[in-house]
Design a protein around this ligand. Structure first.
Ligand code: M6R
Length: 614
């Protein structure tokens, strides 16, 4: 949930770390800090509650630049608080008791209380409420003259999840980094090396990267990187090429990453579906799934595991799989999955859906499903992420880096992948060639349809103006529009802080209708698809309670004309494609409401991009 960077080389470490942290701020932004060193100056640290900009101002005030005091190694962190409130003291890095060892950490040390008590008995005193400070003191306690040995010894006593970077002025040209459950990637360059929790921090530094695997510990020096496991046994890790465009990690003239990513969807969806349709057989080609037609014929059920927006995409996927592939399918909240003793059989296909590929609950659910013998696959965006690696088979989204905390382009690509999954599975089962062809045609129109929705931006912004002062609202839909209602409401609440609930349109009168009144609007998704007439009846019920209704409808559809008080009209597309078009419209609606309310759209309060704690 937080961002880590580290650097060792000949350049100015302070500047390099700040640049890296700025690229990682979407990971957490309640406090930030750096620790740096060189051959002469000992270990220096500055940290603060607030953003990376606050840290930069503090550095300019407190560390006036001096040509004699250039730091060439350092570590930095931008935090999303787990242990202890966001404050100067709780910000990372954390020092050991001697002030010679600094640690930045993502994840949670679960046995930190036991280690804390033990270290207190040995005379250690602590200034913060964090588990990370406990780790720094533990490394000090294990130190016998070599940082690598101390870190390995300390990590052997630690339970929980971590991605860490450690710096000491005893060995100033060296960083020790390690991962167990929280990602660390190394950037390789000539005469310098950089480390980070996420690749976007590295894109301007190098394209040559090494993804650490769980239990790896790396010694990172300007001209040398060696990797071993916590038991000190050397391991080999391949260098991968980061094929992201540098501009993908920049705003490129847009006011917010979220808006940029909404606008990118015609292209990101083209990248998701491009080359994956087999027009000869009327099916989809998902090579990474690595399943034979015989395997598919044997699958009795599909379980989609995910959290948040990815769960909503999973719900759309479960509808596709039942409708198109004729196979029982269910989307499940990954956070609950392993705690309720799920009944899994070897005939089940479990699909983990995750943009980041690092969500702790989804990863744990994957492990449970694997343990119970299911065929487990992943639908991830981040290449080489933990879920992608643990599932060993799956489909990448190819949507490009998603920086905005509110997920947008990942959702639409996830839905497109699930439609292709249903097509592929359907064609291996009972779906006819004719239906397969029709679906291929529908899928190939997605980028163009989304372009048409994006072009309605100004119109949607005008509608948003009418809703910017609402207190609370409901989103309703049926069938494919139901997960869209959930996703539309989630988008609005996370970036505008307005209370919004997504409901199945039929559920409204089973309770929530009691809340409807003049100042509680309803967003009704009633595009042209099965069940639309019933949603129209529900709209009338809402209006009878004086709720203003915003109808999201299909252009030219007479059944929904002149019904809603306000409307967003979208292009006429196959009902299989409409979850994508309608969601993009609702992303724009949420974006404009939040913008008009003056919210910090790319840094919504209390949120972080990837949730690597339970
Ligand atoms: O990286 P993942 O897709 O696994 O993340 C799951 C959720 O944390 C994520 O979708 C979250 O709900 C977003 N903030 C939604 O915009």
């Amino acid at each position: 949930m937080c961002g880590i960077v580290g650097y060792t080389g000949q350049c100015d470490a302070v500047e390099t770390l700040l640049n890296g942290l700025k690229r990682l701020e979407y990971r957490g932004y309640d406090s930030a800090g750096i620790a740096v060193t060189n051959e002469q100056s000992g270990l220096q640290m500055l940290k603060t509650a607030g953003t990376v900009d606050t840290l930069e101002e503090k550095i300019q005030r407190e560390w006036p630049t001096s040509p004699d005091q250039r730091f060439t190694s350092g570590i930095g962190h931008t935090r999303w608080a787990t242990h202890g409130a966001p404050s100067d003291i709780n910000a990372h890095p954390h020092l050991d008791g001697s002030g010679h060892i600094a640690v930045v950490h993502n994840g949670i040390i679960e046995n930190h209380k036991d280690i804390h008590s033990h270290l207190e008995e040995l005379g250690h005193t602590f200034s913060s409420e964090t588990d990370t400070e406990v780790l720094a003191h533990l490394i000090q306690e294990c130190y016998e003259g070599e940082l690598l040995q101390a870190v390995c010894a300390a990590l052997q006593k630690v339970e929980g999840a971590y991605g860490i970077a450690v710096l000491t002025d005893y060995e100033p040209e060296k960083l020790i980094v390690a991962r167990h459950g929280s990602p660390i990637v190394l950037g390789v360059n000539d005469n310098a090396a950089m480390v980070a929790s996420d690749a976007p921090a590295l894109v301007t530094f190098t394209r040559r990267v090494i993804y650490l695997q769980d239990n790896d510990v790396a010694v990172v020096q300007p001209n040398d990187i060696t990797i071993r496991n916590v038991n000190n046994v050397p391991v080999r890790r391949e260098i991968s090429h980061l094929d992201w465009d540098v501009t993908a990690a920049q705003k490129g003239g847009y006011e917010h990453f979220m808006l940029k990513e909404i606008y990118e969807q015609p292209e990101s969806l083209q990248n998701t579906v491009g080359g994956r349709l087999d027009w000869d057989l009327g099916t989809a080609v998902l090579a990474g799934l690595n399943v034979t037609p015989r395997d598919i014929a044997d699958i009795q059920r599909v379980i989609l595991l995910a959290c948040g927006t990815s769960l909503h995409a999973g719900l759309v996927g479960s509808f596709y799989l039942q409708d198109i592939a004729d196979i029982p399918a269910q989307a499940e909240q990954a956070g609950e999955f392993r705690y309720r003793n799920p009944i899994i059989t070897t005939d089940d296909l479990v699909v983990a859906v995750s943009q980041s590929g690092e969500t702790a609950d989804t990863l744990a659910a994957v492990r449970e499903a694997k343990h119970k013998g299911a065929l487990v696959s992943g639908i991830c965006n981040v290449v080489g992420s933990s879920i992608a690696r643990e599932t060993e088979r799956g489909v990448y989204l190819h949507a490009g880096p998603e920086i905005g905390v509110a997920s947008t382009k990942a959702f639409t690509s996830q839905v497109a992948v699930m439609l292709m999954l249903a097509l592929k599975m359907g064609r291996c089962r009972r779906l006819s060639r004719r239906h397969g062809d029709a679906l291929c045609r529908a899928i190939s129109t997605i980028p163009e349809a989304i372009q048409a929705v994006v072009e309605k931006d100004r119109e949607i912004a005008e509608v948003a103006q009418k809703f910017k002062d609402l207190r609370s609202c409901f989103y309703i839909g049926r069938g494919y529009a139901y997960p869209v209602a959930l996703e539309g409401a989630l988008k609005l609440k996370e970036i505008s802080y307005l209370h919004a609930e997504g409901y199945h349109a039929a559920e409204l009168k089973h309770g929530p209708i009691a809340l409807l009144q003049e100042d509680v609007p309803v967003v009704a998704i009633m595009t042209d698809m099965p069940g639309k007439e019933k949603t129209v009846s529900n709209v009338r019920e809402c209006q009878a309670r004086y709720s203003p209704v915003l109808g999201v409808r299909t252009e030219g559809d007479e059944d929904t004309a002149d019904i809603a008080d306000y409307e967003i009209s979208l292009p006429d597309v196959s009902h299989y494609i409409s979850p994508i078009t309608t969601t993009v419209a609702l992303q724009l609606f949420a974006y404009h409401v939040a913008r008009l309310r003056g919210c910090d759209i790319d840094k919504p309060r209390n949120l972080a991009k990837s949730v690597t704690v339970e």
